[in-house]
Design a protein around this ligand. Structure first.
Ligand code: ADP
Length: 236
């Protein structure tokens, strides 16, 4: 892990306006993520975690404050620049896997490698998540945890600098969830991918370099783990 910040967020606010009502999803968030860092984001539902992750991923825009990625300002980026930013630099993993049911694991990953600038092969990406033996299986022939690992392989096959995960184990039991966390930590260790993971499962914070605790649109506290646990040691 290097100490160069990949993300710098300064006093970020986000206000949603729906039908005359204002919802303050973020009320002034300042934080940095270092290159190669694994950050776990904890906090109650509605505390702003997904909103911040979406802003970091160029899926949404701030209402106030600034966000930069590798020294480049995302706040004033054009829609086209944000599209290129997402395509070239960011991998996303969500709670539900969104695989194409009629394509094999390898073909699902190939959808991304065919349009990426500097991809690994689908086989290399599937090997990193421990699915070499399942490459030619269709999603319906895979467990939930295996499908999520295909989704992770698809997200990292383009070799993004950043992997943003919103409840990646939210639909999984402890055994398969731990294998998904193993895949995320292997990728972080092997490729140096800066990784942010939103979770409701407080036990998962033990695998992070740092933990951000969200409360009511703010990061209430952060702490580092001097000793990180391996995913297999996580109390689920
Ligand atoms: P978390 O990820 O911590 O559960 P969110 O970031 O999803 O929290 O939501 C923060 C707040 O913003 C919530 O009150 C939520 O209802 C509101 N919110 C999120 N997205 C939208 C949206 N597109 N339109 C209106 N309100 C939203």
């Amino acid at each position: 892990m290097s100490h160069d910040p990949v993300f710098v967020m300064h006093d970020v606010t986000k206000v949603y306006r729906t039908g005359g009502a204002e919802v303050w999803a973020l009320r002034g968030v300042s934080a940095e993520l270092a290159a190669g860092e694994v950050v776990v984001m904890l906090g109650p539902s509605g505390s702003g975690k997904s909103t911040l992750l979406n802003i970091m991923g160029g899926l949404d825009r701030v209402s106030g404050g600034r966000v930069s990625f590798q020294g480049k300002d995302l706040t004033d980026a054009s829609d086209r620049d944000l599209t290129l930013y997402r395509r070239n630099h960011v991998g996303f993993v969500f709670q539900f896997y969104n695989l194409v049911p009629s394509l094999t694991a390898r073909e699902n990953v190939a959808l991304v490698t065919e349009i990426a600038r500097n991809p690994m092969t689908p086989s290399e990406a599937l090997e990193l998540v421990g699915l070499t033996a399942r490459q030619d299986h269709f999603p319906a022939q895979l467990s939930g945890g295996e499908q999520q690992r295909v989704a992770i392989a698809r997200a990292i096959a383009k070799q993004p600098e950043v992997l943003l995960c919103d409840e990646p184990t939210g639909a999984l039991d402890s055994g398969t969830g731990i294998m998904v966390l193993e895949a995320l930590t292997t990728i972080n260790r092997t490729l140096g991918t800066t990784t942010a993971i939103i979770t409701h499962n407080a036990g998962i914070q033990a695998i992070a370099h740092r933990v951000f605790q969200f409360v009511d649109g703010r990061i209430e506290s952060t702490h580092g783990n001097e000793t990180r646990l391996a995913p297999s040691q996580v109390t689920w």
